[in-house]
Design a protein around this ligand. Structure first.
Ligand SMILES: NC(=O)c1ccc[n+]([C@@H]2O[C@H](COP(=O)([O-])OP(=O)(O)OC[C@H]3O[C@@H](n4cnc5c(N)ncnc54)[C@H](OP(=O)(O)O)[C@@H]3O)[C@@H](O)[C@H]2O)c1
Length: 344
């Protein structure tokens, strides 16, 4: 028996279109070996991947919460085992890079969106997308870091590669998973970090992560002029919308902003002025489509740079049964840091 979450569109849900939430989505904890919706076929090795993994841990990301909520822009197949993060131990491999007993992790690459993900006891994965769990991290801590920490590291690497002037670095959506890891990694690399949050309750925790200053998100989530007084040398943005437009308008000449998320909005109501008059660079980060070399480089840095106690302080753990309830809580915006899922 292989227990796992299964998201299935009902006929009523199938009649609607687009990426809007679909209340007709059925989410249930099922026996994936026997479930009628899966037909016993989709977890068969060879059909969908060449490495079979006993999943020990997963996590809940904003994307997973959207999938549980029926968002068809995330849950793109039906039925779907959700979970964009997978950490576990290889039990069988037909891929030259992996053998039984290896500890592996996967962030995205379609998991939990276009193919089955990590919220199940077993996963059959494409060996070409897997990364070895760094020796310094347990499986639990690798899942706790997950896509949020991986994307934060991608953003830090993008800023390092671009090169940014001295000065403050802003992080928006700072008390979320991506934001928290961005604050911690930037502070650890020696930058003075300004954290923007809508959660006054989380100010002390953000300072403990390394934020030198905490501002209210309302300072950014407002109508802004195309150019305003310069406040930061760089930014990592998890929020999008008016907030990102204000961040661009307040970034210093030759600074850079990494757009990572759209927790507020996918819109970007700005003009070309920050780019052509201040030389501000707008950079992207896409964890899902990251090439293997980028995954390995980022996880090498995460393994070297992260303090285990910091990872633990950011993580609340739930069991597989509680994943759907925890996903709903995440979508409400009430969660600080990360939610790990224990599966073993
Ligand atoms: N590009 C990528 O590869 C990638 C990877 C991971 C995540 N993401 C995206 O990044 C975003 C954050 O992901 P996550 O997993 O860190 O989510 P999360 O843990 O739920 O954190 C989101 C945070 O955004 C802030 N927020 C929520 N609603 C907001 C609103 N209406 N306006 C302004 N801020 C709001 C909150 O922080 P405060 O309370 O501190 O304001 C919240 O904690 C999501 O859009 C996600 O899809 C992208």
């Amino acid at each position: 028996m292989t227990r796992g979450w299964l998201l299935t569109r009902s006929e009523a849900a199938g009649a609607s279109s687009g990426s809007e939430a679909s209340p007709a989505l059925d989410a249930r904890l099922a026996d994936l070996d026997a479930d009628d919706a899966l037909g016993g076929a989709l977890l068969v090795e060879g059909a969908v991947g060449d490495v079979t993994v006993d999943v020990t841990h997963s996590s809940l990301n904003f994307k997973d919460a959207l999938a549980f909520n029926g968002n068809r822009g995330v849950a793109r197949i039906s039925p779907l085992v959700p979970g964009i993060d997978v950490v576990g131990i290889v039990t069988e491999s037909h891929h030259p890079r992996w053998r039984a007993g290896d500890r592996v992790l996967l962030n995205g690459a379609g998991a939990g969106e276009t193919r089955h993900g990590g919220l199940a006891e077993r996963a059959v994965l494409d060996g070409g997308t897997l990364v070895a769990v760094p020796a310094s991290l347990s499986n639990a801590r690798a899942a706790a870091v997950g896509t949020a920490g991986f994307t934060a590291m991608m953003a830090v690497l993008a800023l390092e590669k671009h090169g940014v002037p001295d000065g403050d670095v802003l992080v928006t959506g700072a008390s979320g998973g991506l934001g928290s890891y961005s604050v911690a990694l930037l502070a650890a690399s020696g930058r003075r970090v300004v954290a923007a949050t809508g959660s006054r309750d989380h100010v002390d925790a953000l300072r403990a992560l390394g934020a030198a200053e905490v501002i209210d998100r309302s300072e950014l989530d407002r109508e802004s002029k195309p150019l305003e007084s310069q406040r930061w040398a760089a930014a990592v943005d998890a929020v999008g919308g008016r907030s990102l437009a204000t961040v661009l308008a307040t970034t210093a000449p030759n600074g850079a902003v990494v757009a990572c998320g759209n927790a507020s909005s996918p819109d970007l109501p700005t003009t070309v002025m920050p780019f052509i008059l201040r030389g501000v660079a707008l950079l992207g980060a896409n964890s899902t489509a990251a090439p293997l070399a980028v995954r390995e480089h980022a996880w090498g840095r995460l393994g070297a740079d992260l303090e285990p106690s910091m990872i633990d302080s950011l993580t609340r753990w739930v069991d597989l049964e509680s994943a759907a309830d925890a996903a709903a809580e995440l979508l409400s915006g009430a969660v600080r840091g990360r939610v790990g899922v224990t599966i073993e």
